[in-house]
Design a protein around this ligand. Structure first.
Ligand SMILES: [Fe+2]
Ligand SMILES: [Fe+2]
Length: 166
């Protein structure tokens, strides 16, 4: 089974997301190395926990960013995360119950799922996040270059806002 290595072909061009993807890819190859090389049970357990924690924290982080940017396809993207979470949990349950083949099946599943999800769903999300950030900068710039009395006030989500008279 090939080992998945992060490369620029997996980039979504949002640094914090790319960094987390690299961490997940690394955790997966460490997990694979231990499963293939007959790592001890405690080592495999630890690597499993590292991999699943990184994945679940990352999913939660992406979902927070999408919510903050009012991303249209959040529901769809969350469903993809949930489906992967259930699959991963079922492999892990079998592995920890003493079925070593479940480790190889988990590696195979994620070696396909991670690049596919990253290149399609995460790239779509990243493009929306970049657009959202650009809009926020524009508002800040316009607001900051006008005299105080002419400034347009907006909330962090871009809604018009009337500041209380001082
Ligand atoms: Fe995602
Ligand atoms: Fe992701």
């Amino acid at each position: 089974m090939r080992t998945l290595n992060w490369s620029i072909s997996h980039a979504v061009f949002v640094t914090e997301i790319d960094d987390e993807h690299k961490g997940i890819f690394d955790a997966l190859s460490e997990f694979q190395r231990l499963c293939d090389g007959g790592g001890s049970l405690p080592e495999i357990r630890k690597a499993t926990e590292r991999l699943t924690t990184r994945m679940m924290d990352h999913f939660a982080h992406e979902e927070r960013l999408m919510r903050a940017a009012r991303y249209d396809a959040l529901k769809w993207h969350r469903k993809l995360h949930m489906a992967a979470k259930w699959r991963v949990e079922s492999f892990v349950d079998r592995l920890l119950a003493g079925e070593p083949e479940a480790g190889a099946e988990l590696v195979e599943y994620l070696t396909n799922w991670l690049p596919n999800h990253t290149r399609v769903a995460d790239r779509m999300m990243a493009a929306a996040l970049r657009n959202h950030e650009r809009c926020m900068w524009k508002v800040t710039f316009q607001a900051g270059t006008k005299p105080a009395r002419e400034r347009k006030w907006v909330t962090v989500t871009g809604e018009p806002f009337e500041p209380p008279a001082s």
